[in-house]
Write a protein that binds this ligand. Structure first.
Ligand SMILES: Cc1ncc(COP(=O)(O)O)c(C=O)c1O
Length: 388
C-alpha cells in the first residue's frame, strides 16, 4: 500500500496489432480520404446499433451540428438540453442560430431530468438533446413521449453511449438522430471521429450531402473507376466527413467492442465492490432499464463525511500518481453561457450541487489489475486521512 511510481492517466485508448493493421491497410490501399473503408464502417455501425442509416464524420460535434441543421433548426428556435455535458452539445445549437435552453439534471444518473422538461417548453422549442452521461441511458420513453406531444426533434448525444442499452435496445435508433464520438478517450476510438445514425432516409441524405460541401457526389463517386466528374452543389455544406485512415481503425475497434466492454466491466465490478463499502462515497448506478457502457466511472463525494473538498481530493489523488477528470463543469457556470444568458449558479441547483462532488476515476481496458488496485488503495488512503 504505497504510492505508485508512474502516473496513471484517467483514460487511454486500447490500440493493438489489429488496429495498426487496419490503418496500415488503408494507407497501403492508396485511398486515404473517405472511400470504401468509411462506407463499410458506416454500414457495420448501422447494423450494430440497429439503425437503417449511418454517416461517419470527423467528430461527434459535427454529427450533432449537421443533425440540427438537417432538421431545419435555426434562428429563433430553442433547443432543450442539459447543463451537465460537454460544451459541444450546446455550442452546436448556437452555431445554428438557435438558443440552448437548459433543464436541470437527475441527482442520481446526472442525466437530464425528464420530469422537468415540460416546464421549459415554449412555442419556440423545436428540439431536445438528451445526453447519455458516462454511458448511462436517459429515460428515453418519457423523452420520446414529450417529444411526440410537442412535435420536437430528438437528437441523442451518445458521445459516451456506444454499447449503451435502454430497455434492452442499443442506443442508436430511438431518437430521430443519434450522434456518437470516437474521440481518443472513448469506448471505440478513431483518434478524432464520430457517427450519426438515423432511420429517417431524408435526414440521412441531407446529413450525407452536407458533410461534404453539399455536393451531389462525394470524392469516391467522382474519382473511382465507376465515377463521374460531374457534381452539383445542393446546399452550402460543410467539410465534416471521416477518412479511410480513421475508418480502418474504427472497423477493428468495432470488431472487438464486446471484448473491450468486458474489460471495462471487470474494472467496474471491482470498483463497485470496493467503493461501495465506503460511506464517504456515492458510487454510480445502473438502473434496471439500463445497460451502462461505463465510458466514465464517476464517483460523488459525500462531503459531509469528509474534511476535504473535491479539489483537494483530486490534488491528493495526483500526489498518489492517479489521474482524474471532472465530467462536467456545468455549462451555465462557464463565462460565455453565464454572461450571454445571464445564468446564476443556483438556476440549476442539482447540477450545481452534484458538480461540487464529482470525480471521474481512471477506467479503460488497458488498465492492469495492479492499476485498479492502485486506484482503490489511493482512494482508501485519502479517505482514511480525511474522514470527518
Ligand atoms: C457529452 C459529449 N458530447 C459531445 C462530445 C464531442 O465529441 P467530439 O470530440 O467527438 O466532437 C463530447 C466529447 O467528449 C462529449 O463528452
Amino acid at each position: 500500500m504505497s504510492t505508485r511510481q508512474e502516473f496513471l492517466p484517467y483514460a487511454l485508448p486500447l490500440i493493438e496489432e489489429d488496429d495498426i493493421a487496419g490503418v496500415v491497410d488503408s494507407l497501403k490501399s492508396g485511398w486515404i480520404a473517405k472511400g470504401p473503408k468509411t462506407m463499410e464502417f458506416e454500414q457495420r455501425f448501422a447494423e450494430y446499433v440497429g439503425a437503417k442509416y449511418a454517416v461517419a464524420l470527423s467528430s461527434c460535434t459535427a454529427a450533432l451540428h449537421l443533425s440540427l441543421v438537417a432538421a431545419g433548426i435555426g434562428e429563433g428556435d430553442e433547443v432543450l438540453t442539459t447543463p451537465m455535458t460537454f460544451a459541444s452539445s450546446a455550442n452546436v445549437v448556437i452555431h445554428t442560430g438557435a438558443k440552448p435552453v437548459f433543464v436541470d439534471i437527475d441527482p442520481v444518473t446526472m442525466n437530464i431530468d425528464s420530469k422537468k422538461i415540460r416546464e421549459k417548453i415554449s412555442s419556440r422549442t423545436k428540439a431536445i438533446i438528451p445526453v447519455h452521461i458516462a454511458g448511462h441511458p436517459c429515460e428515453m420513453d418519457e423523452i420520446m413521449a414529450i417529444a411526440l406531444e410537442n412535435n420536437l426533434f430528438v437528437l441523442e448525444d451518445a458521445a459516451h453511449a456506444v454499447y449503451t442499452q435502454y430497455k434492452g435496445k442499443l442506443i442508436g435508433s430511438i431518437g430521430n438522430a443519434t450522434a456518437f464520438s470516437f474521440y481518443a478517450t472513448k469506448n471505440l476510438v478513431t483518434g478524432e471521429g464520430g457517427m450519426v445514425t438515423t432511420n429517417d432516409e431524408e435526414l440521412y441524405n441531407k446529413i450525407r450531402v452536407m458533410s461534404t460541401h453539399g455536393m451531389s457526389r462525394n470524392a469516391w463517386n467522382r474519382y473511382a473507376e465507376a465515377g463521374s466528374w460531374y457534381y452539383e452543389i445542393l446546399s452550402p455544406g460543410y467539410k465534416d466527413n471521416m477518412s479511410d485512415i480513421m475508418a480502418g481503425l474504427g472497423l477493428s475497434q468495432l470488431a472487438k467492442l464486446e471484448r473491450m466492454q468486458g474489460m471495462r466491466q471487470e474494472i467496474v465490478d471491482c470498483y463497485q465492490a470496493e467503493f461501495g463499502k465506503m460511506p464517504e462515497l456515492e458510487i454510480p448506478v445502473e438502473l434496471d432499464y439500463a445497460r451502462h457502457a461505463w465510458h466514465l466511472y464517476i464517483i460523488k463525494l459525500n462531503l459531509d463525511k469528509l474534511s476535504i473538498d473535491r479539489g483537494t481530493f483530486i490534488e491528493k489523488l495526483k500526489e498518489e500518481n492517479i489521474g482524474t477528470s471532472v465530467h462536467f463543469i456545468p455549462l451555465h457556470l462557464h463565462p460565455y453561457y453565464r454572461d450571454t444568458y445571464g445564468y446564476k449558479p443556483e438556476d440549476f441547483p442539482v447540477a450545481q450541487s452534484v458538480f461540487e462532488r464529482i470525480v471521474s476515476l481512471p477506467l479503460y481496458p488497458k488498465m492492469s489489475r495492479q492499476d485498479v488496485i492502485d486506484v482503490v488503495d489511493a482512494v482508501k488512503r485519502i479517505i482514511e486521512r480525511s474522514r470527518r
